[in-house]
Design a protein around this ligand. Structure first.
Ligand SMILES: Nc1ncnc2c1ncn2[C@@H]1O[C@H](COP(=O)(O)OP(=O)(O)OP(=O)(O)O)[C@@H](O)[C@H]1O
Length: 255
């Protein structure tokens, strides 16, 4: 059974086919990369998978059920969480609150209980705080829990975004350029972290990344997009030696 399956997915903006016949099939537990030159349609593909855009054509099945037409929050509830190329944190909230917010889908107390802070509010709130701190520990952010998110260095904001996505308890995690703006050391640590969270949380991961050392080092399988179309798919070794990929990246380094 596939975790995520698309068939001939397309998105047209005006006259531009940003994504065209995008067909992928990802099995549970896989760690898959989506690469391609600037403007190839990678983020648009993520936006289709997460309900930000409705496809012009094609199907998306997650866990064997269609998610086309669902709102982004409904897709998160089904089990797909993501991070964004341009970090989207609640900039003025604390690091801890940024992670706690992600739990709101799973919280069982009612509105009245939370307004009046009665009944199940306190036990659940304490549990959520404890869980959120656990996520912060994984990402080495525990000491920063009371800092305001926008004051964190860039690399830490990226890690916080992943922590928040994980707190939504997804089955499938979509990472949009997780290493953007990170130095080589941070990128290396991120790679280890991605491997570790996949095991620990039983995740399936699809990631967009320009950093080839990260993609080739961490992904088991890679899809390559160019002008909205998948031009190649395979193992890192197959992708590196694929003539169409080398041509698409002409002038850029694939190693
Ligand atoms: N909302 C939109 N309206 C019109 N055109 C769009 C929209 N979003 C994306 N595009 C266009 O679709 C194409 C694919 O863009 P997209 O951002 O998906 O590429 P990308 O592969 O993620 O690029 P990058 O690596 O630079 O982030 C581009 O030509 C872009 O200008």
């Amino acid at each position: 059974m596939s975790m995520l399956k698309t068939d001939k997915l397309s998105k047209v903006f005006g006259g531009l086919r940003a994504v065209s016949n995008f067909t992928i099939d990802i099995q549970p537990g896989e760690l898959v990369g989506l690469i391609g030159p600037n403007g190839a349609g990678k983020t648009t593909a993520f936006n289709l998978l997460t309900g930000v855009y409705e496809p012009t054509d094609g199907t998306i099945e997650f866990d064997d059920k269609s998610v086309v037409g669902l709102k982004p929050y409904q897709i998160t509830q089904r089990g797909i969480a993501r991070t964004f190329q341009n970090i989207r944190l609640f900039a003025d909230l604390s690091v801890l609150d940024n992670v706690k917010i992600a739990y709101h889908f799973h919280v069982k107390y009612g509105l009245l209980e939370s307004v009046f802070r009665i009944g199940r509010y306190y036990p659940e709130e304490a549990e959520i705080t404890a869980k959120a701190v656990e996520f912060l520990k994984i990402f080495n952010l525990e000491d920063k829990k009371d800092e305001i998110a926008k004051n964190l260095p860039y690399g830490e904001q990226r890690r916080l975004e992943i922590a928040r996505a994980l707190a939504a308890q997804p089955k499938l995690l979509l990472l949009d350029e997780p290493a953007a703006g990170m130095n080589p050391q941070e990128t290396h640590e991120l790679m280890e972290m991605i491997r570790w969270i996949r095991q620990r949380f039983d995740l399936t991961i699809l990631l967009i990344e320009h950093d080839m050392s990260l993609v080739m080092g961490v992904c088991e399988r890679i899809y390559v997009l160019d002008y909205g179309q998948i031009i190649a798919s395979g193992t890192p070794a197959e992708i590196k030696s694929n003539p169409r990929v080398i041509e698409a990246y002409l002038g850029e380094e694939v190693n």
